[in-house]
Every structure is written in C-alpha cells, then in structure tokens.
Design a protein around this ligand. Structure first.
Ligand SMILES: NC(=O)c1ccc[n+]([C@@H]2O[C@H](COP(=O)([O-])OP(=O)(O)OC[C@H]3O[C@@H](n4cnc5c(N)ncnc54)[C@H](O)[C@@H]3O)[C@@H](O)[C@H]2O)c1
Length: 346
C-alpha cells in the first residue's frame, strides 16, 4: 500500500510511518519541521520504502501528484499546542484550514479515491460541561474573540470541510477526534503535559501544574492510537463519519504529576501556577475530557492495550537515556589526551 502522511515527522505522524513501514508499505512523509523533528524519522531515512519531503503543505508543488499516488492519506499536519496557538493564531488558521482544504482538493482532483484520515481533536467539544463526550454531543464554543479557542474552531472547520467533500464527491474520508495522546517522540515545548511532567520528574525539578490540578484527562498511548487510525481508515462504515479516538481511563492532572514522580522514583515537588502565570493571559481550561468510545468499538472492535503506567515507564526510560547522551556529548575530552604533555608521550 502507498501511504502519504502529512505532518509525518511529528509525534503521531512518525509513529504512523513506523507502523506502515513495519507492514511492508511504501510511505511518503511531508513535513515543514515546524514542530516535528528530523530525529523522529531518522531511523527510516535509509529505507527504500520511505521518502521524506521537507515542504509546507500550503505550498508543496507535488501535492496533487503524491495524493494521486496514495492509497491512504493521514492528514496530521497542523499547528498544535496551546502555547503556539496563543502566540500565532494567524498561522493556526492558515495551516489548519487552508492546509486541509488543499489536501481535500488534491484528493478529489487525483481521480483516485484513497482512504483519508483527517485529524480533528477533542477540543472541538469546547466547554460543554458534560465531561464524557460522544460524537453526537453538542459543541459548545464561545461566541467570538477568545483566541484560546482558535485551534478548536479551525479543527471544527476541517471537520465540516471533510464532511462536505465526502458528501459531495463520495470520498472515503474518516474524521478522527483525537483525545490526549502520549508516548515516545512527543515534546513538551508546546504545552504538552505528559512529556513535561516526565522530564521534570527525571531531572528532579518541581512539576508545574496549571490551575489546581483537579481537571481530568484521559491519555491514550500513541501505539494504540495508530492501530485505531489504521482500522478506521480501512473500515467503509467509518467513511463519512466522525469518530472519537482515545482511552477512556481518566486521571486528574495532579494525579498524573504524582504518578510521574512515582514512576521516575523522583523526589520532585509539585508547583501550582495560575493559567495567567503559565500563559501570560487568562485561559479557560476544560475541567473534564473523557471520550465515549462506543462508536470506535462498534466500527473496529478496538480496545487500547497500553496502560498509563507502562507508557510513563517508557517515557521515563527514554528521558534518562536522553540525559545520559547529553552528559556524554557535553563531556570534554580527557585532559590527558589533548594536553601537550599527553601528546609528547607518543
Ligand atoms: N497529540 C495529541 O494529543 C493530539 C490531540 C488531538 C489532536 N491531535 C492532532 O493530531 C495531529 C498530529 O498532532 P501531533 O501531536 O503529532 O503534533 P506534532 O506537532 O508533533 O505534529 C504535527 C506535524 O505537522 C507539521 N506541520 C505543521 N504545519 C505544517 C505545514 N504547514 N506543512 C507541513 N507540515 C506541517 C509539524 O512540523 C509537525 O511535524 C494534529 O493535526 C493535531 O491537531 C493531536
């Protein structure tokens, strides 16, 4: 199978690439490396079944050709992360909406009908107070002018774009509302909580909790997520549908911080920051966000395999390995070898 992954050097995209290469598929990744990293796809660069194109989906001249080559497209490229969204809402609107429309137009123009997965987000449920969300639940967003919701609005627009193309042209598109996804290759720079907590715990720094930490989330291991996305893409009953993807086990953010400290065997403390201190402005956080997964189960039989403790253990191990590499890389050459007295010994 030919697989095109936009945003394939990012967190979820790079796992999709690894998953499909392991199955013997040919994979093409396009990414502008804005939040993604070459290191995420470095292990595949020598593989003849893998191709990487460094390009912006807004300007990529080969998009039409590559969309026509693909049997399956995962559209993961987006501007993500709360910090990025607050810093540059204009870029969020352009990439997330124009980018998605370009992909859909290319798919329609390709004359071929590949399976397409469009990444949306649990953020689209907005501040609906329910806490547990099924796909039929109402979307509750503020009337206007609150930049914090820019990301959700762009993803909701993507959903409607995808529905329109699926309905009008009969395209095989499934829209996935991803809930919090965690695992290797995720970075904390853009406000992602799990990698930040694990890094702080491993380094013995205080874990910074925004708000009082009573807000809850459900975390799904990315290695479960890619299985769900693969099954949905291949499921004709899912085409033209929106489906929640995640893990329905809930934990408070404070609970996640404490668990990270415990798994890292760390003596870090907890530090509480107001949203204003964290983001430089008032921020409306969502109190509870848990997916109802009945639709995903009914369509694919999917059940997550990874437990949160196992994912955290994995992240702790990787953070320790990174720390060790950093120490090795920064170590000076032993004086004995570089000093003139050492050289004269030969
Ligand atoms: N990780 C989560 O918990 C989560 C939750 C909900 C939704 N999502 C969605 O899943 C998708 C993947 O997210 P992720 O967590 O892997 O984030 P990520 O930032 O690691 O991946 C996004 C990738 O898109 C690339 N990109 C951004 N703009 C681009 C452009 N104009 N052209 C080409 N490439 C571009 C980035 O460089 C990055 O590699 C996104 O669409 C995101 O909205 C993720």
């Amino acid at each position: 199978m030919h697989v095109l992954i936009t945003g394939g050097a990012g967190f979820i995209g790079s796992h999709l690439a690894e998953y499909h290469l392991a199955r013997g598929d040919q994979v093409c990744v396009v990414d502008n490396l804005s939040t993604g990293a070459l290191s995420n796809i470095e292990p595949f660069l020598g593989d003849p079944s893998f191709r990487f194109v460094e390009a912006d989906i807004l300007h990529w001249s080969d998009l039409g050709k590559t969309a026509a080559w693909a049997d399956r497209i995962y559209h993961m490229a987006a501007v993500v992360g709360v910090k990025k969204v607050l810093e540059d809402p204009v870029a969020v609107m352009a990439t997330n909406m124009t980018g998605t429309e370009k992909i859909l137009r290319a798919v329609h123009g390709g004359g071929w009908n590949p399976q397409v997965v469009i990444a949306s987000t649990s953020e689209v449920y907005g501040f609906n107070p329910k806490g547990s969300f099924a796909e039929t639940d109402d979307i509750v967003l503020p009337s206007a002018g609150r930049l914090r919701w820019t990301y959700a609005v762009t993803k909701l627009a993507d959903e409607f774009l995808a529905f329109s193309y699926a309905r009008k042209y009969g395209l095989n598109i499934v829209i996935v509302r991803l809930f919090n996804t965690i695992g290797p290759n995720q970075v904390g720079h853009y406000g992602m909580v799990a990698p930040t907590f694990v890094r702080q715990a491993v380094h013995g720094e205080p874990l910074t909790i925004y708000g009082d930490g009573a807000q809850t989330r459900s975390f799904c291991d990315v290695r479960d997520t890619v299985v769900a996305l693969d099954r949905l893409a291949a499921c004709p009953r899912a085409w033209g549908e929106v489906v929640n993807v995640g893990n329905d086990q809930e934990i408070s953010i404070r609970g996640l911080a404490e668990l990270s400290i415990q798994r890292a065997n760390s003596s870090s403390s907890l530090q509480f920051l107001s949203y204003k201190e964290a983001y430089g402005e008032e921020f409306e956080d969502v109190t509870h966000r848990r997916p109802v997964l009945d639709k995903l189960r009914a369509l694919t039989g999917f059940a997550p395999k990874w437990k949160l403790t196992d994912t955290l253990d994995d992240l702790v191990e990787q953070e320790r390995a990174k720390m060790l590499h950093a120490v090795r890389d920064s170590r000076e050459w032993p004086r004995l070898l570089t000093s003139s007295s050492a050289r004269t010994r030969y």
